[in-house]
Design a protein around this ligand. Structure first.
Ligand SMILES: Nc1nc2c(ncn2[C@@H]2O[C@H](COP(=O)(O)OP(=O)(O)OP(=O)(O)O)[C@@H](O)[C@H]2O)c(=O)[nH]1
Ligand SMILES: [Mg+2]
Length: 229
């Protein structure tokens, strides 16, 4: 199966090359697309040097993912998403892609709370919000998640049908909700998680980032829960 990796990156010049290389050495992806969200540093250049194709998108995590999807090669059948800060562990990519390639699942998502976490790689509110969102989704759709992990793989055709709309931090949760609502065959697998490999935190490590992302995630939860499929 043809696999493409999409990596949203904003000012990640330190970690990005390592992330791209780690993806490529797995031998799983046919292409790695880094979506540069208007970085003011050398993220794009470093990503390109490491072997990625670079496309640009306006600020916003969801906008980055959408731009990555627009840029997929025509052959691509499976899309893998992961962060550009070196915190996700690309060595686990096989475990995410395999069940889709074997035809048993459509959406395979990592769970950092069930995997091994480097101390300090996730804070309490990230762990709790993933668990709580997972419980709410179990009540809504009968699908249990334990994390809103950015590292995930999905069949391209299934993703297209979800009609993703979130432009910022609601993107990850929106995909999980819509996948459950669409009755995709979903699997959650434990993945390890590290501290970011250099650079600065934009979300969980700052009070403002935490607040903005938290508000957006809650708004997404309410919007998608009440929306007709
Ligand atoms: N904040 C933000 N992050 C973006 C954007 N576009 C892409 N990203 C990337 O989204 C990923 C997640 O952001 P992080 O800053 O790592 O947020 P986090 O994982 O909650 O926090 P730390 O890992 O502690 O830094 C990183 O790869 C960012 O580079 C954007 O528009 N805003
Ligand atoms: Mg991070």
């Amino acid at each position: 199966m043809s696999v493409s990796v999409v990596i949203p990156a904003l000012d990640e010049q330190e970690p990005i090359a390592g992330v791209v290389r780690e993806c490529l050495v797995t031998g799983v992806p046919d292409e790695v697309i880094v979506v540069d969200n208007g970085s003011t540093d050398r993220t794009a250049e470093r990503a390109r040097e490491a072997g990625a194709r670079v496309v640009t998108a306006p600020r916003g995590y969801g906008r980055a993912c959408a731009a990555g999807i627009d840029a997929l090669s025509p052959e691509c059948e499976v899309v893998v998403f992961l962060d550009g800060d070196g915190s996700d562990v690309p060595a686990f990519m096989n475990r995410l892609v395999d069940p889709i390639a074997r035809g048993t699942h459509d959406f395979v998502i990592g769970s950092r709370t069930r995997g091994q976490r480097e101390p300090g790689s996730m804070n309490l509110q990230q762990i709790l919000s993933g668990r709580i969102a997972g419980l709410i989704l179990r009540l809504l759709y009968g699908v249990g998640y334990t994390d809103m992990c950015p590292f995930r793989a999905i069949r391209r055709a299934a993703l297209a049908k979800l009609k993703m709309r979130e432009q910022t931090y609601g993107w990850n949760l929106e995909m999980q909700m819509k996948a459950a609502r669409a009755r995709l065959r979903i699997l959650e697998v434990p993945v390890n998680h590290r501290r970011r490999a250099g650079g600065e935190s934009k979300v969980s490590g700052t009070l403002r980032g935490t607040f903005v992302a938290g508000a957006r995630i809650m708004a997404t939860l309410v919007r998608v829960a009440f929306e007709r499929s």
